[in-house]
Each structure stands twice: as C-alpha cells, then as structure tokens.
Design a protein around this ligand. Sequence first.
Ligand code: NAD
Length: 269
Amino acid sequence: MQKRMMITGAGSGLGREIALRWAREGWQLALADVNESGLAETLQLVRAAGGDGFTLRCDVRDYSQLTAVAQACEERFGGLDVLVNNAGVSAGGFFGDLSLEDWDWQLAINLMGVIKGCKAFLPLLLQSKGRIINIASMAALMQGPAMSNYNVAKAGVVALSESLLPELKPQGVSVHVVCPSFFQTNLLDSFRGPTPAMKQQVGKLLEQSPISATDIADYIYQEVAKGEFMILPHEQGRMAWQIKRQNPQAIYDEMTLMCEKMRSKLGAA
Ligand SMILES: NC(=O)c1ccc[n+]([C@@H]2O[C@H](COP(=O)([O-])OP(=O)(O)OC[C@H]3O[C@@H](n4cnc5c(N)ncnc54)[C@H](O)[C@@H]3O)[C@@H](O)[C@H]2O)c1
C-alpha cells in the first residue's frame, strides 16, 4: 500500500519541499495551509514529482479544522503514516517592546498549532504505528537575541517532542524534531514585531544560509530514515549546539554581545 503523509504549512517553503521529497518516493500527500493558491501549486509539483494527494485549507489555530483534515485522511487515504507539523510564522522584537497580543499570536500558531496537530492525528498514528515530525528551530536551542516569543514557542515544540518520544514509543509511534538555523523561504512575509528594522535584520539572516529548503527536506528524509530524534540540518547549528551543551555560558556571553550590537544598530536605524 502507498504510504501517506500530512503536512501543515505545505503551501510554501520547507513544507512544500518536504512534500516534494516524499512525493519522489511515491507517497500520497495531504497538504494543508491557510494559503490556498500555494497549496494548489504544491499539489501540481507533487504530481509532477511522482506523488499524489489532496489539499485542504486549514488554520492550525483551529482544532476543528485539524480534526477535519484527519477525517479527510481517513476517508481518502484510509489512515496516515506520517504527520509533519511544519506551519509557522516569524517574529522579532525586544521583550520590553513585545505586546501580550504578539505573544498570544506567536504561541497560538507556532506552539499550540503543533500541540493541536499532534492531538488531532494521534488516533490515526496509533493505528498505523506511524511517525510525528515536528518542525522547531535552532531558536529552540540557542535563544537568539530579540525574539523571545519565537524562541519560547519553538523551545515548547522541542519539549513537547521530548515528552512524546518516550510516551509514544511503547505504542509504536516514533517522534522526530527538526531544528534548522535560518534559511531562505517566504517566512519573512508572516513577520510580526514592534519594529520594522527588526524585520530587515531577520531578512538578512534568512539570505545568509549556506543551504536551501530543498537541502533541508532531503536532510530530514535521510535522518528520519536513520531513526534520528533530533535533526539539526545546518552544520554550524550542530557545532553551536555542541558548544552550548559543553559550555552554556559561552553561548550566553555570545548572545549578550549580539543583543548589544543589535540594540545599537536598531537605535542608529
Ligand atoms: N526559514 C527559516 O529560516 C526557518 C528556520 C527555522 C525554522 N523554520 C520553521 O520552518 C517552518 C516552515 O517555515 P518556512 O520557512 O518554510 O516559511 P514559509 O512562510 O515559506 O512557510 C510557512 C507556511 O505556513 C503557513 N502558515 C502560517 N500560519 C499558518 C496557520 N495559522 N495555519 C496554517 N498554515 C499557516 C504559511 O501560509 C506558509 O505557507 C516554520 O515552522 C518555521 O518556523 C524556518
């Protein structure tokens, strides 16, 4: 039987590339996003790559929309083998400038969206003894400057994944969490923050990545096949994470310097 995957945020960026990587192996894809034109393009590309599937508009903030996608997977695919919680938005700003609404918005999509995804699809994954792949970020591990709401949401995704790993393993469900550093996608379009200059800073960071969303999707494919739990696609990210585990203070000092630099740059802007 053909294997089946459902991806949130599949209308753009990494979600689309994950769809294409698995499509090349002949998988059936359920593609969900709030961006319906992006979804239609992804489905076309999926078909051209050798896969097939269907699209559904789904806002990950709304649990009933996620359970509707789960139901569609059951009706159209007869179940699901892999869930990818990928949908996400970008944010930035110093803590003192972020409003509580900025926090609510960020946590509702980047953290609660993943929690709701896991909950909505768990019954199908228990049936198939499937997998969960959660897309977090290096921000979960390194807490970059002036993005506390994003850092907290992504650290929550890592903590959720670490909690589900031992809970679901005896029931036959595997869990993986992916922590990429910055890479070029349309992520900046969703940016929300109190200062426009911060958006420009994030834009520069996205442009600097030595690897693309296509490379990252391929790396995820390889590491999932090896059964790796924590997947860090950027080499620099893997090195930084090693340093943080050996000497966390070195990273805190580095982040303090980066914060000071950012403050003076933004102050001058
Ligand atoms: N690009 C990076 O530098 C980077 C780095 C680390 C982690 N990530 C993570 O990778 C994931 C994919 O992001 P991307 O870089 O491909 O960005 P992207 O903006 O190209 O794609 C994100 C997709 O999520 C969708 N989305 C946003 N809010 C949604 C909602 N409420 N419900 C459903 N769909 C929604 C968007 O419409 C978009 O199609 C995100 O979780 C992001 O945080 C990205």
